[in-house]
Design a protein around this ligand. Structure first.
Ligand code: COA
Length: 170
């Protein structure tokens, strides 16, 4: 059972370091050294704070933060999912993704979208996502990164079911 909790501002520095390491080690086969350098340089700890306020932002812990994910329930989008390279392949990514899906279901998201890095497409496919199209993701620094838009239809959550029951009883 992976320990997952809501991210707090005190986590921002650790999340930023993890994010940079994850990109450098786990995305380097799919992006150029220049892209990796520009992508990681744009990451700064204070950039995570607005996301903690606006979105559902969670971390996985194993003696420290080993992964994080960000869900935008209003946009129906998984904005980020990163695992520290020293902890990849141990189930943390899957646990965070399943948690993100449960959060989205609780917010009545019917279809969860993600702009997947090229290297993570197989990971998302193994979790029920399907490819929609190749696209460009523009990061806050204006860097264009090739990605793959993917979607997964989620089971209807209790809020959706409740809303339907209410509308039927009108
Ligand atoms: C993609 C990522 C989150 C997966 O996290 P993880 O903790 O390594 O994944 P898990 O250990 O839960 O792996 C689950 C399964 O997916 C497989 N898998 C993991 N990463 C994979 C990858 N990049 N490509 C293909 N399969 C992958 C594992 O082998 C495992 O398969 P199994 O269940 O048959 O053994 C992690 O590799 C990562 O942080 N990558 C870099 C950041 C990134 O690209 N994130 C996506 C942003 S949209």
């Amino acid at each position: 059972m992976v320990d997952i909790r809501r991210a707090a501002p005190a986590d921002a520095v650790g999340i930023c370091e993890l994010h940079r390491s994850s990109i450098r080690r786990l995305c380097s086969a799919s992006y150029s050294p220049e892209q990796i350098a520009s992508w990681t340089e744009a990451l700064q700890p204070d950039r995570y704070l607005p996301a903690m306020e606006r979105f559902e932002f969670f971390v996985a812990e194993a003696g420290g933060v080993v992964g994080f994910c960000i869900v935008d329930p209003n946009g129906g989008e998984l904005n980020a999912l990163y695992v520290h390279p020293g902890f990849s392949g141990q189930g943390f990514g899957s646990a965070l993704l399943e948690y993100a899906e449960r959060v989205a279901i609780a917010h009545s998201v019917a279809r969860l979208r993600v702009k997947s890095t090229v290297n993570a497409v197989t990971f998302y496919e193994s979790h029920g996502f399907r490819q929609v199209r190749r696209a460009l993701h523009v990061n806050p620094a204006g860097l264009e990164l090739e990605c793959v838009e993917m979607v997964k239809d989620l089971p209807r959550g209790s809020r959706a079911a409740d809303a339907e029951m209410e509308s039927q009883s009108d």
